[in-house]
Design a protein around this ligand. Structure first.
Ligand SMILES: Cc1ncc(COP(=O)(O)OP(=O)(O)O)c(N)n1
Ligand code: 3NM
Ligand code: MG
Length: 224
C-alpha cells in the first residue's frame, strides 16, 4: 500500500473528533459458550457500545471463525464494530472491521496489507509512551494502555498511571483505549484523564445484574 493513500483519520470508528465522548469497547470471554449470543444481545440492549473484540484463547482457528460468523450479524444489527484479537488472518477471513495486536501478534504493516486501509488496527502499548508512538507511526488506528487495575481475566505485569491517557491525548489525535480490571465503579479517573474507550470484559459478562445491567451502568458514567 502507498503510505500516502492511508488516512487513519478518515471514516474511522475509532477517530476521536467524530466521536468525542468516551465509549465502551467490549472484550469477549476467552471461551465461546452456546449461550453467549444471547448474553451479547442483552449487553447491547443495555446501552451504547462502540466495538466488540472477539478474544478467544486456546481454541482452534475454526472455533474463532464459527463464533465470529454467529456474532457478526448480531453486531451489525447494533452497528457495533467487530474486532478480532491476535490474528489479522482470521479477521480477514471473517470480514471483520479490524484486529487488535499485542506486541507479539505481528506488525501493523502486515495486518494493514491483509485487511486494507479501512480496517481498524489497535495495538497493545502496556504503560509505554514509546510503544504508543511506534504504533501510531506504523499506522495503528488506536493505542491501548493497561492494565489500569488488577484483573483475573489475564496475567498482567504493567500498571500505567491514568496520566498516560492525558499525555497521549495532548500528543496525538489517535484514540486511546484503557483496559484492565475496569468497572463502572473505578472508571471515572480514566474517563477524566482522557480515555477515548474503556475496554471491559469481566465487569460486563460477570456482572450481578447481567451484561445489560453492566452496560447500562457504564452508560450512566459515560453520559455525564
Ligand atoms: C483493547 C485491548 N487492549 C489490550 C489487549 C491485550 O492484547 P495482548 O497484549 O496481545 O494480550 P491478549 O489479549 O492477546 O491476551 C487487548 N486484547 N485488547
Ligand atoms: C485482555 C487484557 N489486556 C490487558 C492489558 O493490560 O493489556 S488487561 C486485559 C483483561 C481485560 O479484561 P477485564 O476487563 O476483565 O480486566
Ligand atoms: Mg494478543
Amino acid at each position: 500500500m502507498d503510505e500516502d493513500d492511508f488516512d487513519p483519520e478518515f471514516g474511522s470508528r475509532f477517530e476521536r473528533e467524530r466521536r468525542p465522548a468516551c465509549q465502551l469497547y467490549l472484550i469477549s470471554p476467552p471461551r465461546f459458550d452456546p449461550g453467549f449470543p444471547e448474553k451479547l444481545k442483552a449487553a447491547l440492549d443495555g446501552g451504547e457500545v462502540a466495538a466488540f473484540q472477539l478474544r478467544l484463547k486456546d481454541v482452534e482457528d475454526f472455533e474463532v471463525i464459527r463464533a465470529g460468523e454467529v456474532l457478526k450479524p448480531i453486531l451489525a444489527a447494533y452497528d457495533v464494530a467487530l474486532i478480532v484479537n491476535d490474528r489479522a488472518d482470521l479477521a480477514a477471513q471473517l470480514g471483520a472491521d479490524g484486529v487488535h495486536l499485542g506486541q507479539g501478534d505481528g506488525s501493523v504493516e502486515a495486518a494493514r496489507k491483509l485487511l486494507g486501509k479501512e480496517a481498524q488496527i489497535g495495538v497493545t502499548c502496556h504503560d509505554s509512551r514509546h510503544l504508543a508512538m511506534d504504533a501510531a507511526e506504523a499506522g495503528a488506528n488506536y493505542v491501548a494502555f493497561g492494565a489500569f487495575f488488577p484483573t483475573t481475566t489475564k496475567e498482567t505485569t504493567h500498571r500505567p498511571d491514568p496520566s498516560i491517557l492525558g499525555w497521549w491525548t495532548t500528543l496525538s489525535p489517535l484514540p486511546c483505549v484503557a483496559i484492565g480490571g475496569i468497572t463502572a465503579a473505578n472508571a471515572a479517573p480514566l474517563v477524566a484523564a482522557g480515555a477515548d474507550f474503556l475496554a471491559v470484559s469481566n465487569a460486563v459478562w460477570g456482572h450481578a445484574q447481567g451484561p445489560g445491567g453492566a452496560v447500562a451502568e457504564f452508560g450512566k458514567l459515560l453520559s455525564v
